[in-house]
Design a protein around this ligand. Structure first.
Ligand code: SAM
Length: 287
């Protein structure tokens, strides 16, 4: 990694995304991808990559969205993914090689400080990779410099935890077993740090973007297939607020958590699978 160091403004997030707490993003990406399949298709439809375009994917992890975009930009286009997680980037490079995709490159670096070629990208996309910057205006200034004037930005970010029932309902079922989440300061990075649309607009405007549009998208989040209460429980215990509590300080015993989650998921099982409401912003802007 060329530009990041312990002294980086994003040091805490760099440590987090390279820790065991986020292992599932590179070890279990296919389950995460299944969970977000509908949303990913919608995000790429909104972003509308065109043949020949140069695209940047922020916080690309193992590159699912890159694999979606690469065929759309075709052999004359190119997709660059950037991520601070070393294991995700390594797994992503393997995935690109396995898929035989050649019009891509994956950079292991912090997009806040990476020295991208100026004016390179026609389009910047992200699936949940933009909420973790300590100084988001500075990060987006750096990203905008890497875009062509008039280049498009399209990203998905979570709205509030309360609206994201897939994350908040299982945590509620566990009651006092898990500590209430430490509330984020209004400017702190984190999974739900883009929940306030006014803040999102402020960040992008501050970084020099225009034509900022923030629209609601409410996909059903599919935690598992029909009858698969064990799968929904495993996923919930590895991601989101419950996953974080289990890997945090004074974690609850997994043996206490599991039966409560299984009993809850059995009550919402349906022929379409185990689904709960998600609440997302689709954020678009022009460089
Ligand atoms: C919630 S995950 C989403 C990953 C992927 N886009 C997906 O949807 O599967 C957030 C990703 O953003 C990456 N990330 C966080 N801060 C970053 C930064 N400053 N520069 C590059 N990547 C970053 C993390 O390492 C992580 O892989």
């Amino acid at each position: 990694m060329s530009n990041q160091s312990a002294a980086s403004a994003n040091a805490r997030e760099i440590e987090f995304w390279n820790s065991a707490a986020t292992r599932q993003w590179h070890e279990e990406y296919s389950r995460i991808d299944e969970m977000f399949a509908g949303l990913t298709e919608y995000l790429l439809t909104c972003a509308a990559p065109q043949p020949g375009e140069y695209v940047l994917d922020i916080g690309c992890a193992t590159g699912t969205t890159i694999l979606g975009v690469a065929p759309l930009v075709g052999p004359d286009g190119h997709v660059t993914g950037a991520d601070i997680s070393r294991s995700s980037i390594m797994r992503g490079r393997d995935r690109m090689a396995e898929a035989g995709v050649v019009n891509v490159d994956l950079i292991h670096d912090d997009v806040t400080v990476h020295e991208f070629e100026r004016g390179r990208f026609d389009l910047v996309i992200s699936r949940f990779g933009v909420m973790f910057f300590a100084d988001p205006v500075a990060s987006f200034q750096n990203i905008r410099r890497a875009m062509k004037p008039g280049g498009r930005f399209t990203a998905a970010a979570w709205r509030s935890p309360a609206e994201n029932v897939w994350a908040s309902a299982p945590a509620r079922v566990l009651g006092d077993l898990i500590p209430p989440p430490v509330p984020l300061g209004p400017e702190e990075p984190g999974q739900f740090s883009w929940a306030d649309a006014a803040r999102v607009e402020r960040i992008l405007r501050g970084a020099g973007f225009s034509a900022i549009a923030v629209s609601q998208h409410d996909p059903a989040i599919r935690l598992a297939g029909p009858g698969d209460v064990e799968g929904a429980t495993n996923l919930t215990m590895s991601l989101g607020p419950v996953g974080r509590a289990l890997r945090g300080e004074n974690p609850p015993s997994p043996e206490a958590v599991r039966p409560l989650l299984e009993a809850y998921f059995a009550t919402i099982d349906s022929p379409r699978g185990i689904l709960l409401p998600g609440a997302i912003w689709i954020v678009q802007a022009v460089a």
